[in-house]
Design a protein around this ligand. Structure first.
Ligand SMILES: *Cc1c(COP(=O)(O)O)cnc(C)c1O
Length: 356
């Protein structure tokens, strides 16, 4: 069997969720959209079921997969529904929904629903992606509050730069939120992982941790609380071939890497078809038998090449960690001009194995 696999530590997932909750003492949605950021939505939901106050996903398709498997926990649709004919399914599957634009309001007010829905009304405080303008918010709130289709209303917004402590934007967004919702009542929610970890004054009634559940930091600098997270995914494989090259020889497609010294090249069963980033540069760290080495040469579809010259004890069959507890995904991401979020979400082809 091909040795490439992803090992998912469900105890670490639970640890990270509990850490998020412990920071506010209030409720927390576990964000498990996009197949739990590549970790497998269903096993992750099952692992968190006993703890999680609610789950959040990006679409009704993602939610129905959880319901079909027997998950009873409340589930929030982060962008609501996309077509009005989905509305009866929201009732049937007991889904909570975000409402973020006027078209959704009129669709909801025209719908004949067997039961009213729990609505999270989204305010645009400066992200400028989705949500109502502050000027329209109170009127929309009033409209929905009086509607028979609505069971409860929660106010939410989303930070654009919560991972940047000094941008000044988060304070501005928070102030605009508080000013706009003053006097409306209902629960409130603002914080993604960066907010959970760095903006306690914005914790409000519901946290919305995503990336931190999977043990990756949302910051590109060391942060105390983020250092308490436990990586959940280990992307692992093994050395499947070794070759010795003299100095001056090219390795791999395009001859991107040229050996500077006599070099022992290890070939790892892992490539961009598995989700390892093709843009990873020469020198991207990898762990071989517990020791640091580096990527040399372009990543190909099924294989990549590493430098074994300084690891004489390693060879055919040696264990390789591409990211995990010994090497954080965020560090690898930085070598490929991306973020850990994308590395996780791009996971493909490799079997996931679960422990915990
Ligand atoms: C994805 C998402 C989150 C989680 O964000 P992280 O940065 O992964 O913590 C929170 N809120 C909303 C609205 C989202 O879409």
């Amino acid at each position: 069997m091909r040795p490439a696999h992803a090992l998912i530590d469900l105890n670490a997932l639970r640890h990270n969720y509990r850490l998020a909750k412990s920071l506010s003492g209030h409720r927390a949605l576990a964000v498990i959209k996009a197949n739990a950021y590549g970790h497998g939505a269903l096993p992750c939901a099952k692992a968190l079921e006993a703890d999680a106050d609610a789950f959040a996903v990006a679409s009704i398709e993602e939610a129905m997969e959880l319901r079909a498997a027997g998950i009873q926990t409340p589930i929030l649709l982060l962008e609501g529904w996309f077509e009005p004919n989905e509305l009866p399914l929201l009732v049937e599957h007991r889904l909570w929904t975000v409402v973020h634009h006027a078209e959704q309001v009129s669709q909801l007010l025209q719908a004949k629903l067997a039961e009213p829905l729990h609505v999270w009304l989204k305010l645009d405080t400066g992200m400028h992606r989705v949500g109502f303008d502050p000027a329209d918010y109170a009127a929309t709130w009033q409209q929905l509050q009086d509607a028979p289709q609505v069971a409860s209303l929660t106010s939410m917004s989303h930070f654009a730069r919560a991972d940047e402590p000094d941008s000044g934007r988060t304070e501005t967004q928070l102030a605009l939120f508080q000013q706009t919702i003053a006097g409306l009542g209902g629960a409130t929610s603002l914080c993604n992982s960066a907010g959970v970890l760095a903006w306690p004054q914005a914790h409000a009634d519901w946290l919305r941790p995503g990336i931190m559940l999977y043990g990756a930091t949302p910051f590109d600098f060391p942060q105390d609380l983020a250092s308490q997270l436990q990586p959940v995914m280990q992307l692992a494989s093994a050395i499947i071939a070794v070759r010795d090259l003299p100095a001056g020889e090219p390795v791999g497609y395009g001859s991107r890497f040229i050996t500077q010294r006599p070099t022992r090249v290890g070939v790892v069963a892992m490539g961009y078809a598995d989700g390892y980033p093709r843009h990873a540069r020469d020198g991207t760290p990898v762990i071989i038998d517990g020791q640091r080495s580096r990527l040399i040469g372009r990543v190909s579809m099924d294989m990549l090449t590493v430098d074994l010259t300084d690891l004489p004890g390693s060879g055919l069959g040696s264990k390789v960690e591409l990211w995990g507890k010994q090497l954080l995904a965020s560090e690898v991401a930085a070598h490929a001009d991306t973020i850990a979020y994308q590395l996780f979400c791009n996971l493909n082809r490799v079997p996931r194995r679960y422990q915990g």
